[in-house]
Write a protein that binds this ligand. Structure first.
Ligand code: 4AD
Ligand code: MG
Length: 466
């Protein structure tokens, strides 16, 4: 039976000492000396490599040694010994080694030197083998599992909402159309327009930008629900924080208001930070050393220190107006906050996560609950250092007549929202929820600058490779 490297290195030292084990992995480095070859192998189960000592007296040693190159895969049988070296506590003294797959060192792109993120993206099929990507993928895994742990522990029901949809939740219009019509020769109406009734769903459909509207229907029956799934946006955003396909966590709570929503968001983020600090110590230490110096301190502060700052949009605008920093985009009550404004608030002004609430109605989605002032809505954005907006959410408009009025004033068709409006007609309840971008959460916790490096197969304008 194969033992994973993590099991060997993360168990108490005595567990495996002097025992025979069978391990597999890819060679990271091979150092040949007179009577031995030292191999460092990694199987992805943890950050650290395992050292293998191959005695030149091993069967087929001379034949094998030429295949001991970076990237080759091997299977090793051997005894676990205490290591005299500084770098590791144990090592394997091999009794038999088999090369499973050789690796042509003349062409293998992952040589020992540092590679740029841009280059690594062009070899996305091999980049999971790098230290950085291995660590990112393990942290991502921990965050996904911790997300379920958190919401389950709070009594939320995990639900799945459709990926193909006929409605545009955010009203932004940047959606990918889904069609089975022949693009070269689509059926047409007498007026020349494409006849959508001939399409697969007998109407126009798209990939979802958010599961929220469906999530609301489930919350208005089960009280607290969450989704965790892929979402799609066809905006032409070429930034370090936008992908065309990303994952979102969307909790929705019935019998809840904006305060409950803020509290949930803060507790969720703190739980994720604390869990990763506990479970991904080795990976985070690597990020702290090579990706973002000070990362561990930043995360520890978030997990254990005082609560997130709360400001209204109106207060945020007055802080920005007084700022000595020169912004590229104008600061005026009514404008949407740009990334530079968000980062100023969280990085320079408050120096911690900030929840901005009560944005002007005209810059937020139609479903947000109108405030008494008639100008703002019960919206909230959670801003964090390095990223800016990590979470966006709101209390929802639960008053039928107010929501109908909103839909009409925006020029939307009421028929398109009939089922959404019926939730307000039959036993309406105050309810609230948010969406957290999963890739941004991974960026926030690892310090990785570009969102394209926290999703193994990123999709962005012009790129759907691999
Ligand atoms: O603020 P957004 O657009 O909110 C919604 O979609 C709501 N329907 C959520 C809800 O209330 N249930 O998106 C939510 C979050 C953002 O805060 C951001 O973290 C992330 O999703 N996000 C993106 N992440 C990567 N690439 C993109 N293009 C993203 N757009 C939004
Ligand atoms: Mg938003």
């Amino acid at each position: 039976m194969r033992t994973k490297i993590k099991q060997l290195l993360h168990s108490a030292k005595s567990t495996y000492l002097e025992q025979k084990v069978y391990v597999c992995g890819w060679i990271k480095t091979a150092r040949a000396q007179k009577n031995f070859t030292f191999l460092e192998i990694n199987d992805g189960s943890c950050f650290a490599n395992l050292q293998i000592i191959c005695d030149s007296a091993l069967p087929f040693y001379d034949k094998m040694i030429v295949d001991f190159t970076t990237g080759a895969s091997i299977a090793v049988e051997g005894i676990v010994k205490e290591s005299p070296g500084q770098k590791q506590s144990i090592e394997i003294h091999a009794s038999a080694i088999r090369v499973l797959g050789t690796c042509d060192s003349a062409t293998y792109p992952l040589q020992k030197k540092q590679h740029s993120p841009e280059f690594l993206r062009s070899i996305a099929h091999l980049r999971p083998r790098t230290n950085t990507q291995g660590a990112v993928i393990r942290v991502r895994n921990t965050l996904a599992f911790a997300t379920h742990e958190f919401f389950q522990s709070q009594g939320f029901v995990y639900v799945q909402t459709p990926i193909i949809t006929g409605s545009d939740c955010e009203g932004g219009g940047a959606m990918f159309q889904v069609t089975t019509l022949d693009m070269d020769n689509p059926p047409r109406l007498p007026n020349g327009k494409v006849d959508a009734t001939k399409d697969f769903f007998a109407k126009k459909t798209y990939l979802t930008v958010s599961g929220q509207l469906n999530g609301e229907t489930l919350a208005c029956a089960l009280s607290d629900i969450y989704t965790f799934g892929p979402t799609f946006r066809a905006e032409n955003s070429n930034t370090a924080r936008h992908l065309a396909e990303f994952w979102m966590i969307e909790p929705e709570m019935a019998f809840a208001d904006l305060k409950d929503n803020m509290s949930l968001a803060e507790r969720y983020i703190k739980f994720l930070v604390e869990t990763t600090l506990n479970r991904c110590t080795e990976d985070l230490k690597f990020f702290d050393k090579y990706i973002e110096p000070g990362l561990l301190e930043r995360l520890t502060k978030i997990a254990h220190n005082a609560s997130f700052e709360h400001v209204t949009y109106t207060e945020a605008i007055s802080i920005l107006k007084k700022a000595s920093k020169a912004f590229t985009f104008p600061v005026e009550w009514g404008v949407d906050l740009q990334s530079e404004h968000e980062r100023y608030l969280t990085e320079d002004h408050f120096k911690k996560p900030v929840i901005v609430t009560d944005y002007p109605a005209q810059i937020k989605a139609f479903y947000m609950r109108g405030n008494e002032d008639g100008k703002t809505v019960a919206a909230m954005d959670v801003l964090v250092p390095k990223i800016g907006e990590l979470i966006g959410g709101s209390q929802r408009e639960e008053r039928l007549s107010v929501l109908e009025g909103k839909i009409e004033s925006l020029g939307f068709k009421k028929e398109d929202y009939s089922w959404y409006l019926e939730l307000r007609k039959y036993g309406s309840v105050p309810h609230a929820g948010f969406g957290a971008g999963f890739e941004r959460l991974v960026q926030f916790i690892t310090g990785i600058e570009n969102i394209r490096d926290v999703n193994s197969f990123p999709r962005f304008p012009g790129h759907a490779e691999f």
